[in-house]
Design a protein around this ligand. Structure first.
Ligand code: UDX
Length: 476
């Protein structure tokens, strides 16, 4: 018992096995290790293999003696694309294969685990923790505004908002989500809620997992009070113990030792893809705030028609653009050849890569705007860099995030479910010139608040200290 008290608490971190979740939960892991805790991070075999083959992430974490990776199967066949809206397939694989593997690991791992930090989308982690009498803290990689919509899904169903009927007026206000009555439209609901079928498994999975959060020891959000305070007060009426510790990438930068701070944005993206740094050299040659950065994250897929519309919009805007086109991001074959004018326009003003060091790109002086899918990490990274956004949400929380960016935080324009070359062209020009001043002003103000929250004495900084103390108490 005496020995036990002297050794640091052992935390096991278990993310949903996709890029956006692995990325932010690895950042939390690094912060806990820096605070002197022992951390075991669970990767799927598939993702771990990618990290080893394509990146230096595993080697980078090897410098922490109190950190270890352990792997479990994700239950999907090796050749599964793991892109697009495949949340249900991943859930099924996790329940069948991963849940028992996690349980077995928790039984044998030494020293014993004092606390599990589980991805809040995976409700079963709470059940495993409860069975083995290990406290579970849930981490949500999504915005708290989306969490709150997920939480009130039963109310949306009772009010008849879900299922969405075939002839629904998508601009109708939803009105039954407390705190969002005046601006949340049907089209801003998370994709999983925009279903005609109430039995839809994605809807049921997120609703059930989110309701379970009130049973967790505590909830962690990658957000900060000045950004989502009003919605957090609503969530606290149901889940009182909440730690808001974001933006995590900025918090990590604050807490890294001095000699590592400068390298943080290029090294800390925790990517599952090989990073092409040639885009930084290209950016170095551009004028100040002249480039629109285009990236739709790690799992968005688009049709060839959508690709062409966005491409035309960018080329016709006559702006310079840096575009991330993952090799697995365009679905469907055939269609017309790429028109010559797009090829010419791109040679003149564009630069395409498979995967970029995104945090570093957004912080680069040449970037003037970000056309994004509104993934939560991307939103926070853009916000901290003070870069205005154009939002083209794909799925999950992104529809809610983009509404907040456009209507509540006034950090950019919400293109929503429209994919039209003329709209892209107009919005790019609005963000880069016509309406630039108003967006840059609010983006800079929000960036300042974000940075203050992770500075010594700021709300997110203090909340992380409280979280670490809470975990220490669990091991006594
Ligand atoms: C998913 C969901 O879509 C998102 O809404 C949820 O909140 C978290 O999980 P993803 O779609 O990949 O993530 O988007 P996002 O959250 O933005 O995460 C993508 C991450 O990949 C970002 O941290 C971004 O910096 C990084 N990235 C992206 C790169 O490092 N390089 C790139 O070229 C593109």
């Amino acid at each position: 018992m005496e020995d036990r008290k002297q050794s640091p608490p052992h935390v096991l971190i278990f993310p949903f096995p996709i890029q956006g979740h692995v990325n932010s939960m690895l950042k939390l892991a690094e912060l806990l290790v820096l605070a002197g805790l022992k951390v075991t991070f669970i990767n799927s075999d598939h993702n771990h293999d990618r990290l080893v083959r394509f990146t230096d992430v595993v080697a980078r974490f090897a410098k922490y003696p109190s950190f270890q990776f352990r792997t479990v199967p994700d239950g999907l066949p090796d050749d599964h694309p793991r892109a697009g809206d495949m949340v249900t397939e991943i859930f099924d694989g996790l329940i069948v294969k991963t849940k028992p593997a996690l349980r077995d690991l928790l039984v044998v791992i030494r020293p014993p685990v004092d606390c599990i930090i589980g991805d809040g989308i995976l409700g079963f982690v709470l059940d495993v923790g409860q069975e083995l009498k290990i406290p579970v803290i849930q981490f949500r990689t999504i915005s708290s505004c989306c969490f709150w919509v997920y939480y009130v899904i039963p109310d949306l169903i009772e009010a008849g908002v879900i299922p969405i009927s075939g002839n629904e007026d998508m601009d109708r206000l939803v009105k039954v989500v407390p705190g969002m009555e005046s601006f949340l439209r049907i089209r801003d609901l998370p994709s999983f809620c925009q279903t005609k079928n109430i039995e839809d498994s994605s809807l049921q999975n997120v609703a059930m997992a989110t309701r379970k959060s009130s049973r967790a020891h505590a909830l962690i959000f990658n957000t900060f009070e000045d950004l989502e305070g009003p919605i957090l007060s609503h969530i606290r009426t149901e889940c009182p113990k909440i730690y808001t510790i974001g933006p995590l990438h900025a918090q990590l930068k604050t807490r890294l030792p001095e000699d590592q701070k400068n390298k943080a944005s290029s090294e800390s993206s925790n990517s599952l893809w090989a990073v092409d740094r040639s885009c930084i050299s290209w950016l170095d040659q551009q004028e100040k705030q002249s480039v629109i950065y285009v990236s739709f994250g790690s799992i968005t897929v688009m049709t060839r028609e959508q690709l062409i519309e966005i491409w035309y919009g960018l080329v016709n805007s006559k702006r310079r653009f840096l575009w991330i086109v993952r090799p697995d991001s365009v679905v469907g074959h055939g269609g017309e050849d790429i028109p010559q004018e797009l090829i010419e326009g791109t040679k003149e003003r564009g630069y395409l890569v498979d995967w970029a060091p995104q945090e570093e790109v957004l912080a680069h002086w040449a970037i003037g705007g970000f056309l994004t899918h509104s993934g939560w990490n991307s939103t926070l990274e853009s916000l901290v860099a003070g870069v205005p956004m154009i939002c083209w949400p794909y799925f999950a929380d992104q529809q809610v995030n983009s509404r907040y960016v456009g209507e509540v935080w006034k950090l950019g324009l919400d293109m929503k479910d429209v994919c039209d070359r003329n709209v892209v062209e107009r919005m790019v020009n609005d963000i880069m010139e016509e309406k630039r001043e108003e967006f840059v002003k609010s983006a800079r103000e929000m960036a300042k608040l974000a940075k203050e929250s992770v500075s010594v004495g700021g709300s997110s900084y203090c909340n992380l200290d409280r979280l670490i103390e809470d975990i220490r108490l669990m091991s006594l």
